[in-house]
Ligand binder design. Structure first.
Ligand code: FCB
Length: 472
């Protein structure tokens, strides 16, 4: 098999997020976010792990950028902690917080690494949650102000911006199943949150356009689902349609087309009448975008079940954590999720790169002419150093290899994909799973903060340097 060559200029990067790596939770004016509160609530995270220290990246960012530079990475996607730069979620900026992101950005630029900034990767200032959080419309307005504040401070040095990371998780895991912060479990609130995240994306995009130079690129990172019906029956295909609406079209509808699809409104009519959607909201959410960013890990396999209000809820092997509450409003008793056959990562997520090719084609069709990026893809494995201190992770190399081949296929078939950001640069706080799930290409010893590039890091560095995927 010949090496696969990627287009010249294809961006090879890695991804992280603020709460998962920064630590320094109470330094330089930062106030708690919903993830501080949630992780400090007993029973919410594996082993009671918190992001108080995490990878201590706030103090070690220079070393971390040096590491990326040694690996020859061309891009780095990070997120800004809202409560670090605007502590109560409203009002004036905290200069020390902005200075941190300025220094980080300057360090990246000096190393020749393109910064890609995400405004929101799930760490809502706790004060905004206390005022109602994402189910409350005002949170979207606050987000637009915050976007302006960050753009004012960093717009002279950052060209690539994304508004939200995976709003599906913020809405449906945060307010539906409750496995993510703030841990609330009301299906109507989850749908309200989804709408206000759509609105927040649109309003923030307008703020960024006001402030940033015309050359800036504004994008969104979504985690669309690659949904497969378990059989070809009409019922199973209808189950897949429902999940596609709740997982993907609830965001792509407003953001890319300025509408909520009729089937989504009908499927959820018993939960909400959607009267929180005000005149002009859909137009506001529907902003021209310079790129669409896809995060992809695993597909979903679903089947229909006969609704039985008194019986036990159907099986839910959807990979989104154990909770008696479903993150699928209106589908919780009529759709079952199944574990696809075949190999799995340490998350229990099955490996199927076909879903990635499929999703890239989908966005290519739905948003013609808009460039695509993969802003997250990667795998958790139980990596530990051997007796010589080396970390061998052939399974991760195989996973990334397979997914890069899937990206290459889409490119060959005419899809405009501009870059790939591996999740993650280093092992970090994996939300409710704590530090036990390691996604990094760099191993982190959390007791000593020693970083050790795994064999996947050396392998990926080679791919990045040559722009070629060698046969395995
Ligand atoms: C995504 C998140 C990211 C990380 C990976 C494994 O859903 O955006 O922060 O947790 O999953």
């Amino acid at each position: 098999v010949a090496d696969l060559r990627f287009p010249p200029g294809f961006m090879w990067g890695s991804s992280t997020s603020s709460y998962q790596i920064e630590g320094a939770a109470a330094e330089d004016g930062r106030t708690p976010s919903i993830w501080d509160t949630f992780s400090h609530t007993p029973g919410r995270t594996e082993g009671g792990d918190t992001g108080d220290v995490a990878c201590d990246h706030y103090h070690r960012f220079r070393d971390d950028v040096a590491l990326m530079s040694q690996l020859g990475l061309g891009g780095y996607r990070f997120s800004v902690s809202w409560s670090r730069v605007q502590p109560t979620g409203r009002g004036p900026a905290e200069q020390r917080g902005l200075d941190f992101y300025r220094s980080l950005t300057d360090e990246l630029l000096e190393a020749g690494i393109t910064p890609v900034l995400t405004l929101y990767h799930w760490d809502l200032p706790q004060e905004l949650e206390d005022a109602g959080g994402w189910p409350e419309r005002d949170t979207a307005l606050r987000f637009a102000d915050y976007a302006r504040l960050v753009a004012d401070a960093l717009g002279d040095r950052i060209k690539l911006w994304t508004t939200l990371n995976e709003p599906w998780c913020s809405a449906f895991l945060g307010y539906g199943s409750g496995v993510h912060a703030p841990g609330r479990t009301d299906p109507a609130d989850a749908l309200r949150a989804a709408h206000h995240l759509n609105l927040a994306h649109g309003l923030a995009t307008q703020s960024l356009r006001d402030v940033l130079p015309a050359s800036a690129e504004v994008m969104i990172s979504l985690n669309p689902a690659a949904v497969r019906p378990r059989s070809d029956s009409a019922e199973d295909r209808d189950a897949a349609r429902r999940i596609d609406a709740l997982a993907t079209r609830v965001f792509t509808g407003p953001m890319l087309h300025g509408r909520y699809d009729e089937d989504l409104l009908a499927d959820t009519a018993r939960i909400t009448d959607w009267s929180f959607v005000q005149d002009g909201d859909l137009a506001a959410a529907h902003q021209p975008l310079d790129g669409i960013c896809v995060n992809y890990y695993t597909p979903s396999v679903v089947s229909a079940v006969e609704p039985d209000e008194d019986g036990p809820a159907p099986e839910r092997r959807d990979g989104h954590g154990a909770s008696e509450h479903s993150p699928w409003p209106g589908a919780d008793r009529v759709v079952a999720f199944h574990q696809p056959p075949g190999e799995q990562t340490a998350m229990g997520w099955s490996i199927d790169s076909g879903g990635l090719t499929e999703l890239l084609h989908r966005f290519h069709r739905e948003a013609p002419g808009v460039p695509l990026y993969i802003t997250e893809n990667g795998a958790a494995y139980a990596d530990e150093p051997d007796s010589e201190g080396r970390v061998h992770d052939p399974d991760r190399i195989a996973y990334v290899h397979e997914h890069l081949a899937a990206v290459h296929r889409a490119v060959e078939e005419g899809v405009d994909v501009r870059g790939y950001f591996l999740w993650s640069l280093m092992d970090n706080f994996e939300w409710a799973y704590g530090y036990g799930k390691r996604f990094g290409i760099v191993h982190v010893d959390f007791a000593t903060q020693v970083r050790t590039p795994k064999s996947s890091a050396h392998w990926y560095a080679d791919v990045a340097r040559t722009g070629r995927l060698p046969a395995l």
